[in-house]
Design a protein around this ligand. Structure first.
Ligand code: HEC
Ligand code: HEC
Ligand code: HEC
Ligand code: HEC
Ligand code: HEC
Ligand code: HEC
Ligand code: HEC
Length: 401
């Protein structure tokens, strides 16, 4: 009896049968598996059921793109907080942010991580001490910091401001207040995927094991595990499978792939992270209604500004990719951008006056005059009488005084 119980014959037979069935069907579906390739373990699963492979899985076949992508603002726009990713200083003397005449923040580095401690100035009484868990922003203009409380995500009060290389208050947070919930929409623009666990999909609760920080390959190309597995199993196939082709999309769909995050605040129709490349954005969210003066801001609206430009309207073909290589950090590469202008505005079609063109030959900087920088109205730091603002590049290509 005892022997019989301890030796589960039935289970072994059933198990062996199952294994046999599995191998037979698997081999039939994939008759030419020659390699010992195992399907990759997904790092997250989209709510539509498609799996994310993670960008390291792209390296074997797209290593050049992978390498340049690591240096982009997109890839670095959200990540775990550590001494290399937080741009602000923890040095005594530079680690304080005075909020008002009562409260100050001290940024503290300890063995267990990086913290923002708020206290009253007059008696140093501590108000709260919160860990900086997640960094938002590559640091081009600034950074904000998020704190996990269980599975809820909050924004902490003090941010980092790049133009002055100092700590500052987050836009809109003037008085001391409890951390502001970070809703899924915030991450929709700053991360590849975050599985929201609120019933409606809009709140600040997330599955912490299914967060993909940074704007990675699969943010723009969609969850790609099927593509990765397919090409590993079919190494000789040259045409891509299970991957949306940008070139096959309509102009509006190509624009939508960027407008998801570059068309300002939008009114959602469906929960964040529902939109995938190839979809029509208008079915997922509608543009914010605003008067004729489009506000220019850090949470920029490059899409709306560009679509108002005569280059965009008259060319019939222009989209974001006309000027931007989505896989490279091209900030400051004025020469490359000017070449894009000249590719359409070949002389004699360029009708800038001679005087202007003489100045051009020296600078040849079409962008500096026709897409000038404007100061941001929200990312501003006021210190005594000195006001410093980040500068934002307008995408309304026009003739400026
Ligand atoms: C085992 C090889 C392999 C891996 C791994 C792989 N790909 Fe590909 N991919 C291909 C091949 C082959 C093509 C078609 C030829 C080309 O465009 O380079 C392709 C094409 C593409 C295209 C262009 C589609 C088109 O037709 O315009 C995109 C986008 C793409 N891959 C994204 C990815 C991403 C993102 C990953 C990682 C998550 C990835 N690939 C991993 C083999 C691979
Ligand atoms: C998921 C949201 C999202 C999508 C989709 C997206 N972007 Fe961005 N983009 C951002 C964010 C956020 C930043 C700011 C990153 C930072 O500096 O932290 C940014 C920054 C940029 C920059 C500035 C880069 C720099 O060096 O400072 C360019 C250019 C850009 N995006 C172009 C595009 C284009 C073109 C597309 C479409 C192919 C696109 N983006 C799609 C969110 C997005
Ligand atoms: C609609 C999409 C969208 C949403 C929502 C959004 N952002 Fe952004 N954010 C952007 C884009 C796009 C940029 C880059 C803007 C530009 O250069 O025009 C940016 C820039 C930033 C920057 C400056 C990054 C840098 O290094 O220059 C910070 C910090 C930031 N966002 C924080 C946040 C936080 C925190 C939230 C949520 C509480 C949030 N954003 C919500 C799209 C968005
Ligand atoms: C900001 C959005 C964005 C990100 C992030 C992104 N791509 Fe792309 N990718 C595009 C767009 C847009 C195109 C189409 C470009 C074109 O048609 O000129 C493209 C084209 C491609 C192609 C085919 C054409 C080519 O250039 O070879 C491959 C392969 C590819 N991407 C792979 C990747 C991989 C791998 C990563 C991550 C390491 C990645 N992409 C990250 C937007 C993005
Ligand atoms: C895809 C082609 C294309 C590209 C790229 C392009 N343009 Fe244009 N642009 C046009 C067309 C077409 C017109 C309209 C010409 C007309 O109406 O005669 C135009 C018009 C203009 C005008 C006149 C605006 C007005 O309101 O009168 C300026 C200035 C201009 N472009 C500057 C630039 C600059 C600067 C760049 C580079 C940042 C650039 N363009 C890139 C196609 C392009
Ligand atoms: C120093 C500033 C400056 C630079 C640099 C500059 N432009 Fe202009 N551009 C102007 C001004 C001002 C006008 C309007 C007066 C005129 O037509 O000369 C103009 C007009 C234009 C027009 C419209 C002409 C029309 O008839 O509507 C185009 C197109 C244009 N520029 C393209 C370019 C291109 C392409 C470059 C780079 C090769 C460039 N510009 C460089 C200042 C500049
Ligand atoms: C006619 C060329 C052109 C087109 C088309 C274009 N851009 Fe740009 N974009 C530029 C130039 C030039 C810069 C400045 C780059 C720099 O500072 O080095 C820029 C900068 C940016 C930045 C950084 C802005 C800042 O203030 O730092 C973002 C974000 C961006 N572009 C997004 C987009 C998006 C999204 C689209 C499509 C809706 C688009 N661009 C279409 C030329 C273009």
């Amino acid at each position: 009896m005892i022997l019989h119980r301890a030796f589960p014959f039935k289970k072994i037979v059933v198990g062996a049968l199952l294994l046999l069935i599995y191998f037979v069907t698997y081999q039939c579906k994939n008759p030419n598996i020659a390699s010992d390739y195992y399907d990759i373990e997904p790092i997250a699963v989209h709510k539509n059921g498609q799996a994310f492979a993670g960008s390291t899985s792209c390296i074997p076949c797209h290593s050049d793109i992978y390498e340049t992508h690591l240096k982009t603002a997109h890839f670095n726009t959200s990540t775990l907080a550590d001494s290399t990713t937080i741009k602000g200083s923890f040095e005594v003397g530079r680690n304080t942010h005075v909020l008002n005449n009562r409260v100050e923040f001290k940024m503290m580095e300890t063995d267990s991580g990086f913290y923002q401690k708020a206290n009253f100035i007059h008696n140093q009484l501590e108000l709260f001490n919160l860990k900086m868990d997640v960094v938002i922003g590559s640091g081009t203009k600034g950074q904000s910091y998020l704190n996990w409380k269980g599975d809820e995500l909050f924004q902490i009060q003090t941010s980092y401001f790049t133009p002055t290389d100092s700590w500052t208050r987050s836009p809109g947070l003037k008085e001391i207040r409890s951390p502001r919930p970070v809703v899924a929409r915030c991450l929709e623009c700053h991360a590849t995927y975050a599985k929201n666990t609120n019933i409606d999909g809009f709140g600040n609760q997330f599955d912490r094991n299914q967060m993909i920080y940074g704007i990675d390959c699969e943010r723009c190309h969609g969850p790609s595990a099927e593509h990765v597995n397919h090409h590993h199993n079919n190494p000789n196939q040259e045409a891509s499978k299970h991957m949306t082709q940008f070139q096959s999309l309509t102009r509006q769909q190509r624009l939508d792939a960027c407008a998801l995050c570059h068309s300002g605040g939008r009114e959602p129709i469906q929960p964040p992270f529902s939109f995938l490349v190839g979809d029509n954005l208008i079915e997922f969210s509608t543009p914010e209604v605003n008067d004729s003066n489009t506000p220019l801001d850090v949470h920029g609206n490059q899409y709306e500004l560009l679509t108002k430009s005569s280059c965009f309207k008259s060319s019939g073909t222009m989209d974001c990719i006309t000027c931007h290589d989505p896989h490279k950090n091209e900030r400051g590469d004025t020469e490359a951008f000017n070449q894009k202008c000249i590719s359409c505005h070949t002389s004699p079609k360029v009708t800038c006056t001679a005087e202007v063109m003489t100045r051009n030959t020296k600078m040849n900087n079409c962008v500096s005059c026709h897409m000038p920088l404007f100061p941001s109205s929200t990312m501003v730091m006021q210190l005594d009488s000195i006001k410093t603002a980040v500068e934002v590049r307008t995408h309304l290509i026009d003739i400026y005084p």
